[in-house]
Design a protein. Structure first.
Length: 212
């Protein structure tokens, strides 16, 4: 009984590798695009297009976005996407919209004097953002970014809808094989919860360092 439980727990646990792959790939894509979107909007570069994209992403279910990218986009572009790439693209694009809004709020809290001082000192605009503005913004919005990363990690469970063998999908496989759903789902939930506790712990440590 115990051996069977441990075997199932280990099997479900191997799904975390796909979940983490999706998380890190999506958060990197989301940070990159979200930063570009927020800076572009601040500088009035394609604001309507960016606002439209953010509105669509935030206004439609993530599961719909994953399905669209995995099933529809390959047909439009005549390409093939595997589950991992489709998942990273969908989750990353979804995250970019929320990160862009988080960054927008952070940028708006930076005093205009910071921009004016950098301009007076003839600091190049790229360096102004990289060395002056964004470090302050990131420090201020770190808790919000942590919450976004946690939400994104939980959202990786939706990859199971297109066949991704993540934690949730492997718990479903065990459930079907054992004809029981409670224990496998509890094991999956425990993996998610433990990871989130670790993420929160690391975030608080980083926060304290930045404040000090």
């Amino acid at each position: 009984m115990i051996d069977n439980f441990l075997q199932n727990a280990l099997f479900i646990g191997t799904g975390i590798f796909l979940s983490l792959e999706l998380l890190f790939g999506a958060i990197l894509l989301g940070l990159l695009l979200g930063t570009i979107f927020s800076i572009s909007r601040y500088n009035k570069i394609f604001p309507k297009t960016i606002n439209g994209f953010i509105s669509i992403i935030r206004g439609t279910p993530l599961i719909l976005q994953i399905s669209f990218i995995y099933f529809a986009v390959p047909g439009f572009l005549n390409i093939q996407l595997n589950v991992e790439i489709a998942g990273i693209l969908a989750l990353g694009l979804n995250s970019s919209a929320y990160i862009a809004e988080i960054l927008r709020a952070g940028i708006e809290n930076i005093p205009n004097g910071q921009f004016e001082a950098a301009k007076t000192l003839n600091i190049p605009i790229f360096n102004t953002w990289k060395d002056v503005i964004l470090p302050q913004v990131i420090r201020n919005i770190l808790p919000a970014l942590t919450n976004e990363a946690i939400t994104l990690f939980k959202d990786t469970a939706l990859i199971s809808t297109i066949g991704g063998l993540d934690i949730m999908r492997k718990s479903q496989i065990v459930s079907a094989a054992e004809f029981t759903y409670f224990t496998p789902l509890c094991i999956a939930g425990a993996y998610y919860y433990i990871f989130i506790l670790i993420a929160e712990f690391i975030s608080k440590k980083i926060e304290k360092r930045l404040v000090c």
